[in-house]
Design a protein around this ligand. Structure first.
Ligand code: 4AD
Ligand code: MG
Length: 461
């Protein structure tokens, strides 16, 4: 079967030739002796027009074919210089793979993203989601290319784990048992420890700690996989299941991690503009009219850099306009992040050296003993897209921090070990894949860049 994309790219070669095309009906308009179908095969977000006549043996069937039906069309590609699309197919034979029922929910009109979220299994058949999910796929490939070109090793870190990589307690528990069969402790509490693994396990919130073990062997590694967070944040930027890319580099510090992150984001933008130009054009037209201009601007500018302390000084002058007031020591909220990147810097921005109390236990303590060598990358329209740090490589300091936070030392024994056996300076970061897709598509809600989103109160399909 020829694809619509092949036809768009090579129309001269296909003109006046016989073509077989498989796809789904977007619309069917008929009159007495002929009709028009628009057909989408997913290779290109814009459907292709097919004309059919009563010379077809099954003309009466095709006239009544419903929107959504799967067809195979044999026909000739002809030029239509005066029409909206410069070519169409004149069908000589149409076979029905599967008709669609008349109650097909996607009719030829614009549906709202809210409605489309109620039919997650059908929304990939719309122009918007064709563009969004194709760009998502291209971004994933670009990320692998970026790291593979630099000789990073791709590590598959486990999804089931017994440690809490972020130490934030936002984990989904893994259990094999029927809730009624879960053994109880003498106090009547659920005893998850009697589970399959003989200990408490959960879905991973980050592959970082395992990634660090590999970085101390391969030097430069990255992970790219699903992560899970039982964060009770019902926002347009939080999902319970999302994908994360976590590079980890050895013999490297925070500045090296920031340089890598900036190179990576620019590489991805360039790659997507080059490899999905029609989709990006479509998104620029229908989703976010400033998109292409903004992305091109990013390619031509350096990311901003500012310390947390400097950022707080700026933000405190604008506390009147914030719901959450800022002072030194408070964590930055999305409204503050967006203010910095949209109003002050007007481009992506790294904020560095956060107070240790609002950051994870593994971050390297700065000489001031108050802040850590952390960085968040903030982008316009979204806020935080990357979080990273240089890692504490000193055994005693790391152990002290784990104890100070009353974390279970045994669970982090392997992690401490890495500081015992040849601990190189190292740093890394996590890129939230969906936030990256939002940034590159202009789509405002994380539910619309995840094929089957899971958010608080929502796990459909
Ligand atoms: O800042 P976070 O929590 O950092 C880590 O997990 C580190 N282990 C990364 C590292 O240094 N290797 O998460 C990293 C990124 C965030 O910047 C954000 O883009 C994304 O992951 N993220 C989420 N995306 C969607 N839904 C959520 N609930 C997210 N939580 C974090
Ligand atoms: Mg973070």
């Amino acid at each position: 079967l020829t694809t619509v994309k092949q036809i768009w790219e090579n129309r001269e070669a296909y003109l006046d030739r016989e073509i077989d095309l498989g796809g789904w009906v977007r619309s069917n308009r008929d009159s007495k002796s002929f009709g028009f179908l628009t057909i989408s095969d997913g290779s290109f977000f814009e459907p292709l027009q097919v004309v059919y006549h009563d010379s077809l043996s099954n003309f009466q069937t095709i006239r009544k074919i419903n929107v959504g039906a799967a067809l195979i069309i044999r026909g000739t590609l002809v030029a239509t210089p005066d029409a909206k699309q410069p070519f169409e197919i004149q069908a000589s034979e149409i076979s029905v793979e599967g008709d669609s029922a008349p109650d097909y929910p996607l009719q030829k009109k614009r549906h709202s993203p809210e409605f489309l979220r109620t039919i997650l299994h059908l929304r990939p058949r719309t122009n918007l989601f064709q563009a969004a999910f194709r760009v998502r796929s291209v971004i994933a490939f670009a990320i692998h290319r970026f790291f593979q070109e630099r000789n990073f090793v791709y590590v598959h870190t486990p999804l089931i784990t017994s440690s809490d990589a972020e130490g934030a307690g936002e984990m989904f528990r893994v259990t094999t048992l029927d809730p009624n069969d879960i053994p109880r402790t003498p106090d009547g509490l659920v005893d998850y420890r009697a589970d399959f693994f003989g200990k408490e396990t959960n879905l991973t919130v980050s592959g970082q700690l395992d990634g660090e073990a590999f970085a101390q062997a391969f030097r430069d590694i990255y992970t790219f996989g699903p992560t899970f967070r039982a964060e009770n944040s019902n926002t347009t930027r939080h999902a319970a299941e999302f994908w994360m890319i976590e590079p980890e580099i050895s013999f490297a510090d925070l500045n090296d991690a920031m340089a890598l992150a900036e190179d990576m984001l620019k590489y991805i933008i360039r790659y997507v503009l080059e490899h999905a130009p029609e989709e990006m054009e479509f998104l620029n037209r229908f989703v976010d009219t400033g998109l292409l201009e903004r992305l091109n601007h990013v390619l031509n500018s350096e990311f901003g850099r500012i310390s947390y302390t400097e950022a707080v000084d700026i933000l405190m002058q604008h506390n009147d306009s914030f719901d959450y007031k800022v002072s030194w020591g408070t964590d930055l909220q999305t409204e503050h992040e967006r203010f910095l990147t949209e109003q002050v810097f007007k481009r992506p921005l790294f904020v560095t050296d956060y107070p240790k109390d609002i950051k994870a236990f593994y971050m390297k303590l700065n000489p001031d003993d108050k802040t850590v060598a952390a960085m968040d990358c903030l982008v316009p329209g979204i806020g935080e897209i990357i979080g990273g740090s240089q890692r504490e490589d000193d055994y005693d300091k790391l152990l002290a921090r784990i104890q100070e936070l009353h974390m279970d030392e045994e669970s982090y024994r392997f992690y401490l070990d890495l500081r015992k056996y040849g601990s190189s300076r190292h740093a890394g970061y996590g890129l939230g894949f969906e936030r990256c897709v939002m940034y590159l598509t202009g789509i405002q809600n994380i539910r619309d860049v995840l094929p089957f989103p899971r958010t608080v109160g929502n796990c459909e399909l």
